[in-house]
Design a protein around this ligand. Structure first.
Ligand code: NCD
Length: 358
């Protein structure tokens, strides 16, 4: 692949995705042929935030390729608890590993890590920003089970403001033709501005609605998400929105015969258990597809050459005003910006940089 790090799915070209998907399919069709594809390679999983599936999926992906894995699933068991900076941890472990997988509660943490790592970095979720490898699972599921992404009507339901899997998925679907979006959320959990600007810039047709039942008959894919309790500053805001969508068997009866019901998981209550036995419910298969997609990704990135990085340092302090941006806590980070459809933005978290930000 042309990319060295996987930080944002927007950086992945359509050609790169097609090659990755083709490799994921070859692996899932004959996994034993890949049992030594990463022999001698080691991945380091730095999970600063809780995870079940993503961490296990990356671990099993590397193990199935014949490689090894080390890392932490809880930073309190590492030197992070002693106050070690992200850059020092990353620089250190990049001396031990061939690839780093990082999940962090702060937006932009994976990009920050990549500045100091001598080996490729994979973003396994940075706050409510992005989660590109979940997207590799999502696209693989749609392509394997539907045959195509082009022309589909995709409903995305739940917490679109805080759901990082949603943001990465939209960036990926922009690479296909004529995808139509139904964005289903409470108004206060609607898509963040930087993503709405992205959709407008890429001419992605979308409607924003608050009700699921009325639109379900029009969908080819229904991507459910949970309300992200841990991202709410005010617990009352969560209380007001929790349980707002519950897909039940009776609602699903209104959906098309070939509808795919997807979910990155974990679910809380947004999909009733009585949906699980419907053949259209593919969220557990989606998890398994994700492991094969991650095998294809690790196989490529773990073989890339080691490129020693200097320590980019700054004493300017953060210019981004997003309180959840990684630049707010890792104060040495250079204040990187980029020009986007929404104007000048923080390159770490994508939030606009202007006096009235965040
Ligand atoms: C998602 C995540 O962590 O963003 N889970 C996952 O990686 N499969 C979705 C979520 O936590 O709601």
């Amino acid at each position: 692949m042309a990319i060295r790090n996987l930080i944002d799915f927007g950086d992945v070209s359509r050609e790169d995705w097609d090659a990755l998907y083709a490799e994921a399919c070859r692996i899932m069709d004959a996994p034993e042929a890949y049992a030594e594809a990463c022999k001698g390679k080691i991945s380091c999983n730095l999970f600063y935030e809780t995870s079940t599936r993503t961490n296990f999926s990356f671990q099993t992906a590397m193990l199935r390729l014949g490689g090894s894995v080390f890392g932490f699933a809880n930073p309190s068991s590492s030197s992070v608890a002693k106050g070690e900076s992200l850059k020092d941890t990353v620089k250190m472990v990049s001396g031990y590993a061939d690839v780093i997988v990082i999940r962090h509660p702060r937006e932009g943490a994976a990009l920050a890590a990549s500045l100091y790592s001598d080996v490729p970095v994979i973003n396994a979720g940075d706050g409510s920003h992005m989660h590109p490898t979940q997207t590799t699972a999502d696209l693989t599921t749609i392509l394997r089970l539907h045959g195509t992404v082009d022309g589909l009507a995709v409903g995305i339901c739940g917490d679109l403001r805080n759901g990082r899997t949603v943001h990465s998925l939209i960036k990926a679907l922009a690479k296909f033709q004529n995808v139509r979006f139904f964005l289903i959320s409470p108004r206060e959990l609607a898509l963040p501005d930087y993503m709405r600007h992205f959709m407008q810039k890429h001419n992605l047709p979308f409607v924003e609605v608050t009700g699921l039942e009325a639109v379900i008959p029009q969908l080819d894919v229904l991507y459910m998400t949970r309300i992200q309790q841990e991202r709410f500053d005010n617990p009352l805001d969560y209380e007001r929105n929790k349980g707002v969508y519950v897909l039940t068997n009776s609602i699903l009866q209104r959906g098309r015969e070939k509808l795919l019901v997807m979910h990155p998981l974990p679910r809380v209550d947004e999909i009733a258990d009585d949906v699980d036995n419907d053949p259209r419910a593919v969220y557990f298969q989606q998890g398994r597809f994700g492991m094969f997609a991650r095998m294809a990704l690790l196989k490529d990135l773990a073989h890339q050459p080691r490129i020693p990085q200097r320590f980019p340092l700054s004493d300017e302090g953060p210019i981004c005003r997003n309180p959840n941006c990684i630049t707010q806590t890792e104060l040495y980070l250079p204040p990187l910006t980029k020009e986007t459809e929404a104007g000048l933005c923080c390159a770490y978290c994508d939030k606009p940089i202007h006096p009235s930000a965040p």
